[in-house]
Design a protein around this ligand. Structure first.
Ligand SMILES: Cc1ncc(COP(=O)(O)O)c(C=O)c1O
Length: 418
């Protein structure tokens, strides 16, 4: 286990005011991270400081507007560091990942014709599925679907290779499943796609709170994520390779600049939450500096350190949970359960019970202060493929502010339900 984060867990938790919350007489245990994480105090402070001191629209020639633009510029730089790129103008903010993906899909579809093909996956969140299906329908483009192995809920790479060809214009896959935690081999998918002449779009929303994103190492053309899943406010993020962002026709208003990043940031942005996103990245970087006791680390190396520590810590918690579930025969784990394959999963699991509906389980756990999600969590392509509609599954997500004690509480409660 990560002795490192374990040693700092009280300090980490003390920074998140929400974690002190009670539900009835129970301490709240937030296992709903995949639907949105809690935020540290400094994110709350950054949002209110923006309103208190710098609140203004973009591009004015007076102090508050200039200060506001300076905060936005710092946020672009922080997110560029977070994504592993060196060009802050290739980072666009927007309301959420879904809206950014819908707008990028419209722009890309302008470059597609009948006879072209795109590839999406059945392991996807619907936000990385339906926007492409709709855009393909508009352009008369054919959609191919990468199947999964239902046994372990991983992508069928052979199926992907069989569907990729010289007509493929785009491959859209997730970095990891928000339902079952499977990590996709995105480097290989991007490499093969590029060799076939196709662009790649990665959905890193579920990946971002658990693992370091590196757009250069992944070799993708576009990547999207959402700050509210990595301890920040409700803001979406889109990154793209500069030449593509420059050349593609964006749907935007006439006064909006053609320069990056404004070209892809339609309408007035949520400035206060972008300020909070900057604070979220700095929270993670400071935690990285703390775990290696090196205040001098710059942001990207500090993020590398924190994600190493987060991965080790979360690994211990999730495998403790999976091990505990093995003795509860009425529960079925969907996804990878073999500890030897730990590198192929994130700390998010979905389970079903032989006799109880997911909503009943989530409700009963909720009354004990154990906050879990139920249903399909918009991973509809997967729940449909697994035949789990309409009830779906129960999802338990662990992030770095959860504790082993919370996991033990959950196991006791699941044992009672089993
Ligand atoms: C994997 C994944 N992709 C996309 C989304 C959609 O993100 P947003 O809420 O920012 O539109 C989610 C949200 O749950 C998600 O988990």
């Amino acid at each position: 286990m990560s002795a490192v984060l374990h040693d700092h867990i009280n300090h980490i938790r003390s920074q998140f005011p929400a974690l002190a919350r009670k539900a009835s007489d129970h301490s709240a245990a937030f296992f709903d991270g995949p639907a949105g994480t809690q935020v540290p105090q400094r994110v709350i402070d950054a949002v209110s400081a923006y309103f208190a001191r710098h609140n203004a629209n973009h591009g004015g020639l007076f102090p508050t507007s200039r200060e506001s633009d300076a905060v936005l510029a710092m946020a672009h730089q922080a997110v560029a560091d977070f994504l592993g790129c060196d060009d802050p103008d290739t980072v666009a903010f927007g309301p959420n990942m879904t809206t950014l993906t819908l707008s990028l899909s419209r722009a890309l579809a302008c470059t597609w014709s009948p006879g072209d093909e795109i590839i999406v996956s059945r392991l996807a969140h619907d936000a990385n599925f339906t926007p492409w299906v709709l855009a393909a329908a508009d352009a008369g483009t054919t959609v191919r679907y990468i199947d999964i192995d239902p046994e372990d809920c991983t992508l069928d790479l052979d199926d992907f290779k069989a569907k990729l060809n010289d007509r493929t214009r785009l491959v859209a896959v997730g970095c990891a499943s928000n339902a079952v935690g499977s990590v996709n081999p995105v480097k290989e998918i991007c490499r093969l796609s590029r060799a076939a002449g196709a662009l790649t779009f990665l959905d890193a929303v579920h990946f971002a709170p658990h693992s370091l994103i590196d757009v250069v190492d992944f070799g993708c053309d576009f990547l999207a994520c959402s700050a509210y899943k990595f301890f920040g406010p409700h803001v979406g993020i889109l990154w793209g390779r500069r030449p593509l962002l420059e050349e593609l026709p964006a749907y935007k208003l006439r006064p909006a600049s053609d320069a990056l990043p404004d070209k892809w940031m339609t309408g007035t942005q949520n400035h206060e939450c972008i300020a909070g996103t900057l604070a979220a990245v700095d929270y993670l970087a400071d935690l990285g500096r703390m775990v290696v006791a090196d205040e001098s680390l710059s942001r990207r190396p500090a993020l590398e350190q924190v994600y190493q520590a987060i991965m080790e810590y979360e690994h211990q918690l999730i495998w403790h949970l999976i091990d505990g579930l093995r003795s509860l025969e009425s529960f079925r784990l969907w996804g990878i359960g073999d500890p030897l394959r730990h590198a192929e999963r994130l700390p998010t699991i979905s389970i079903t019970h032989s006799g109880r509906k997911p909503a009943e389980i989530a409700e009963k756990l909720g009354r004990q202060g154990l906050f879990v999600w139920h249903g399909n969590y918009y991973a509809l392509p997967l729940t449909e493929r697994l035949g789990l509609e309409p009830d779906g599954m129960v999802r338990v997500g662990v992030v770095h502010y959860n504790t082993l004690e919370e996991v033990d509480r959950l196991l006791v409660a699941l044992r009672d339900l089993a």
